[in-house]
Ligand binder design. Structure first.
Ligand code: DX5
Ligand code: ZN
Length: 229
């Protein structure tokens, strides 16, 4: 899998103009809309819930919405977001009491399941789940806030995850989330990532097309022989 995807995180958007902001990043070339759900419990911050996802769908947003749950309990939110128009739903395994049940629920509700790993969460969670996943999301910051600095140890974890995915023989997306910008996106791609969540690097710019274009340019300039395919 070597098609790169850019996923702007609307956590960094202007919430007062959210529909227009999402339209603008779609126009600028976003592949999916990353939707960070924070509950002031699993993470200290509080963001938005299924009503906002549904409002975006009713406003006319049609591209995939990538719901990243940083919240507990997980299962009621899976149901609510499936009803609200989510496409992908990812959650943190340690936030669910029954990971396999949560994955089944996402699948049964017609969405694409994925697991998210914090910097200190071991990849052993993949031992009994990888064959059920469509995405593995590696956090390159500790979850809870936008605008944090990329943690370089993430690169090793991306490589280790990519090796597990390759061994599985399945086409599973490897996403990276946190502090992604033009200075590190190529390194993350070289380490195996194909999907790049970026909040500040896109919404913090005054030209979203230029910001996404710069990220894509960095990816396009990679030597394909340096990618772990
Ligand atoms: C962090 C979130 C990220 C965040 C990314 O908890 O999961 O998606 O919004 O934002 P930046 O790109 O600013 O680190
Ligand atoms: Zn996120």
């Amino acid at each position: 899998m070597n098609q790169f995807r850019i996923a702007p995180s609307i956590l960094a958007a202007d919430f007062a103009r959210l529909g227009e902001e999402v339209d603008a990043v779609i126009e600028a070339g976003a592949d999916l809309i990353h939707f960070d759900v924070m509950d002031n419990h699993y993470v200290p911050n509080l963001s938005f819930g299924p009503m906002v996802c549904q409002a975006l769908r009713e406003y006319g947003i049609t591209p995939p919405i990538d719901v990243h749950l940083m919240a507990t309990p997980v299962d009621p939110l899976i149901e609510a977001f499936a009803d609200a128009g989510a496409t992908y739903i990812t959650f943190h395994p340690e936030a669910s009491l029954h990971v396999d049940r949560s994955l089944t629920l996402i699948h049964d509700r017609g969405c694409h399941p994925g697991l998210v790993f914090n910097p200190a969460t071991p990849l052993t969670w993949l031992d009994h789940t990888l064959d059920r996943l469509e995405t593995v999301l590696i956090m390159s910051v500790n979850p809870g806030y936008g605008g944090q600095a990329f943690l370089p140890q993430t690169l090793t974890k991306l490589r280790q995850t990519k090796e597990r995915i390759a061994r599985s023989g399945r086409a599973i997306h490897l996403a990276v989330d946190g502090g992604i910008d033009a200075g590190n996106i190529a390194e993350a791609a070289r380490a195996g990532a194909d999907t790049f969540v970026a909040g500040s690097a896109i919404f913090g710019s005054d030209d979203y097309s230029a910001a996404i274009g710069t990220l894509r340019h960095k990816l396009a300039s990679l030597d394909s022989s340096s990618l772990i395919l």
